[in-house]
Ligand binder design. Sequence first.
Ligand SMILES: *Cc1c(COP(=O)(O)O)cnc(C)c1O
Length: 401
Amino acid sequence: MFTKELYQYFIKKETPFYYYDMELLRESLEKLKQASGKYNYEVHYAIKANANDYILEMIKNFGFGADCVSGNEVKKAVETGISPEKIVFSGVGKSDNEILYAIDKSIFSFNSESIEEIEVINEWGNKKHKIVPVSLRLNPDIDAITHKYLTTGLPENKFGIPLQFLDNVIQNVQQMENIKLVGIHFHIGSQIRELSPYIELCEKVNSIQDVLFEKYKIIPDHINLGGGLGINYEDPDSELIPDFNNFFGTIHQHLKLRKNQKIHFELGRSVVGQVGSLISRVLYIKKGLNKNFMILDAGMTDLIRPALYGAQHKIQNISKPEAQIINYKYDVVGPVCESSDSFDDNVMLPMTSRGDLVAIRSTGAYGEIMVSQYTLRDKPGTLYSDKIKFDKSIPKKSNLK
Ligand SMILES: *Cc1c(COP(=O)(O)O)cnc(C)c1O
């Protein structure tokens, strides 16, 4: 992924920065388009994974829709040029302003997860003289087999309408004049690396469909199975593009559709995760009592996933790509004044020195978008593979200004 030429370019740049491999993004989108197109599945890219303009632009150009979880994300999708007919708006608590904005834009569907919120949407629809399309986000009680902060489909999670309330919600919604029930929606979690939770989800959906039809003669126009497909963080180079074919094929095999129903997905991480790397410079190798700390110029303000939920990313010393002996052990940490500002412990790397460049891999999703300026740190830069011009005459720039 990092050629010599690219490294020579990196070494002249101010760090830290996010490097995006746009060729990989293009290839991933092509594969996703093919795999989803095979079954006529609709994909709404989950903007919260990465809302970088340049990345969104490419995703839009492939014709994908957007899954938004805030009013500003809906606005971003609209401003990017994604048709409102391809925008879904999820989230456990939408404010009145957000609801109004999305009603005005006539988006494809509100994914709503409580009768309390649907009542408010109905009131605004009434005031605006619009029939608002709503899908019910149901909590199917499925263990997604992932990190506890990344599960969303269990009864203890705040997300979704419990299946036990379904009858009550349907009866209520049927009374609402400005709500049109268009679909049912699920999102069971994130970084799901096994397909068994999705098979379980399909089976749940099949039985929910039976109930909806037998009791209410309801056949929802669309079924939205959310996102959640995981990526390979341990060994990214062995799996740069997730197996979308297998994913959609499995759904196709297990989900029983009724006439004219359409299946929707909201993939985020699996679309952009492997596309990004956070490039950082080693500030110091600090000798501790029993360990060596590798102190980077990137910290939790640039990439919060390790601090937030103990996420592990592959860390590479890209200044020593040919090192044969990898027998040094480092705790790789950031410079921020928090003990949780650590990327990983006991990372085996070649002997590393001040000034070396390190790549923290698989940071295209939930990386740049979660940047904060805690301790007034600068935001990291961005670099896109297809915008680099390898010009040997560029003089090395000093980082001192
Ligand atoms: C975050 C989120 C997604 C995307 O999840 P990934 O794991 O990144 O694919 C999809 N749908 C909803 C409702 C979400 O909140």
